[in-house]
Design a protein around this ligand. Structure first.
Ligand code: NPW
Ligand code: ADP
Ligand code: K
Length: 529
């Protein structure tokens, strides 16, 4: 499902308005009327005690005025008040016209002043029409006061028009303050910023309302600025074993993960790789762990690396890199996953770099392997073509030499910067995981929930993506399909249990694959007709 930035939405509307000669007044009318229909679908039957329509100075405010008119027409006995934040004399064109109509109809209009703070009675339906795609700077002063009042309303329902006010709809940033809506009814196309963190949390359920422009008739003119991953998109790329397939042709994955202190990381990665369809999973492990691997996951094939004669506890050492590269060729591996639970000693860092440099196949770089790359980031600049990096915000901060909080503020921009810098596929984990290619493709994942915040769930993701890669999917498609399935597994599991362990995730994965294959799944956040 295509996503669009604020800037492109405005340009596109202008262009289509000119080519179809649809007057902008009509668009605003369509927007307002269709939003009222969506509001009715959400719950007008709950008979709200009153409606507060909060209008700002631009066209988003104009939409609010149309909404107020239509609600007034359909529910004449419902008290509706328009709260205008801004000077009515400075309203322009369509908004000014609708303001005048509302005045003539006699809908009460109150201007919001700093000395006259807003408060909403319990049972108010609040329509947030303060700012939409035209938000151009941080929210301050009276606008901040209005947003705080909306967010403090008790036992009310907040419906945002197009975008929760205060959200940057292109990047998903919070511009100082933002309305926390229960529902967001977005117009024409879904704005990219709505589906990524931190904005995602402010949108509630996202609904798409038509504005009378046939966007889908001319798909070529809608720019590629990102897409929301859907079940339909990933269905062709799900694991599928052909009639004549064997375990090698299906796909062999090399896993370089785990250590005596963090054995589980390796086990989870291997298990997830099998559960997502790999024909064979090889774990490059050490003599101490090999017996444990056999009893935990008997299907895993171990490549036992040479013993470290001189060290007290076994760890991966640089010379193991050659052994692994040899095993990759011997075992006909088609992908590699490196990083989970490897530890952060200098020798293991050096080992990791050697494997990535020499490996005959590419794959997923995660966890400690990301930290090894970060230490030597200038060396790795532009050298990770075909590799998939799966950082969380902390790891991303180290890779870009920035703070984790600056990454969190604008996750899309950070992901694009990483892909550009290393020439790699980036998977920035967290709510609304983002996948970006060096060519600038941007995919946002709608699946997943906070139950995934459990140790080892990232290891499972690494196993899934490496497995899909071994099954012949491209790096970008492997990452996109992997993050969707990983999140979906957690969403489906949540229905039967409130607690998720990473090992449950790996076991439950085939069920998520089946659900997508059988078309039994609807996107959780976007409600469409
Ligand atoms: N285009 C179309 O055909 C259609 C568009 N539609 C609707 O229009 C919406 C976009 O409308 P829009 O472009 O007028 O922008 P909007 O979000 O209302 O805000 C702009 C106003 O806010 C002001 N302002 C900005 N930031 C501020 C801040 N931090 N603090 C204070 N002020 C700030 C800004 O002032 P300025 O920056 O110009 O000084 C300007 O006055 C879109 O989301 C959709 O709802 C639909 O009707 C369908 C047809
Ligand atoms: N609140 C959340 N909502 C959705 N997904 C989440 C959330 N928290 C974590 N995740 C997902 O869980 C996984 C955690 O990975 P990671 O941080 O590497 O954990 P670990 O290192 O313990 O395996 C990622 O796929 C991430 O997207
Ligand atoms: K709004």
């Amino acid at each position: 499902m295509k996503l669009i930035t604020s800037e492109s939405m405005q340009k596109l509307e202008k262009r289509l308005v000119e080519s179809y000669r649809i007057p902008t007044q009509l668009l605003m009318e369509n927007a307002g009327r269709n939003i009222v229909e969506k509001i009715e679908g959400i719950g007008m039957e709950k008979s709200w005690k009153q409606v507060a329509v909060i209008c700002g100075p631009g066209n988003n405010g104009g939409d609010g005025l149309v909404i107020a008119r239509h609600l007034n027409l359909r529910y004449p006995s419902l008290p509706i008040t328009i709260f205008l934040a801004g000077n009515p004399e400075r309203l322009k064109n369509d908004s000014a016209l609708n303001y005048e109509i509302c005045q003539r109809i006699g809908i009460p209009i109150q201007r919001v002043f700093p000395e006259n703070p807003l408060g909403f009675e319990p049972g108010t339906l609040i329509i947030d029409s303060l700012f939409g795609t035209g938000l151009s700077k941080n929210v301050e002063g009276i606008f901040q006061v209005v947003i705080d009042a909306i967010n403090e309303a008790k036992q009310s329902m907040i419906i945002a028009v197009d975008v929760p006010s205060g959200i940057d709809a292109t990047w998903g940033k919070i511009m100082g303050r933002a309305v926390k809506a229960h529902h967001t009814i977005t117009l024409g196309m879904i704005k990219r910023g709505l589906v990524v963190a931190p904005a995602r949390e402010y949108c509630g359920t996202i609904h798409l309302a038509d504005i009378g422009i046939p966007f889908d008739r001319e798909p070529g003119i809608v720019p590629q600025e990102g897409f929301l991953i859907t079940p339909d998109f990933i269905r062709p790329f799900l694991p599928e074993k052909a009639f004549l397939s064997n375990k090698i042709s299906t796909g062999v994955v090399m896993i370089v993960a785990g250590s005596p202190a963090m054995t589980g990381a390796g086990l989870l990665t291997c298990q997830a790789a099998y559960r997502s369809g790999a024909g064979m999973v090889i774990w490059a492990t050490n003599p101490q762990l090999a017996p444990l691997v056999k009893t935990s996951i008997p299907e895993v094939v171990s490549t036992i690396l040479s013993d470290n004669k001189n060290s007290f506890q076994w760890e991966y050492l640089p010379h193991h890199a050659d052994e692994i590269c040899k095993a990759i060729l011997q075992r006909k591996c088609r992908s590699i996953a490196i990083g989970p639970g490897l530890g952060s000693s200098w020798s293991s860092k050096y080992f990791i770099e050697k494997v990535i440099e020499k490996s005959p196949v590419k794959g997923v770089i995660d966890a400690d392997a990301l930290n090894a790359i970060a230490v030597n980031r200038e060396f790795w600049k532009n050298r990770l073509q075909g590799w998939i990096l799966t950082p969380h915000e902390g790891e991303m901060g180290r890779l870009l030499n920035r703070s984790a909080s600056s990454i969190a503020e604008n996750r899309i921009a950070a992901s694009c910067a990483l892909s550009q810098y290393f020439n790699c596929i980036t998977v920035l984990k967290g709510p609304g995981t983002i996948v970006v290619s060096p060519q600038g493709e941007i995919a946002i994942n709608p699946t997943g929930n906070p139950n995934l915040a459990t140790a080892g769930s990232g290891d499972v993701l690494t196993g899934i993506i490496a497995s899909l890669l071994a099954q012949g999917r491209s790096p970008f498609i492997s990452a996109v399909t992997g993050v969707f399935l990983h999140g979906l597994t957690a969403d489906l599991y949540q229905k039967q249990s409130p607690q998720l362990l990473a090992s449950d995730l790996a076991s439950y994965l085939p069920y998520a694959i089946k659900v997508v294959k059988n078309c039994e799944y609807r996107l959780p956040i976007v409600d469409r007709d």
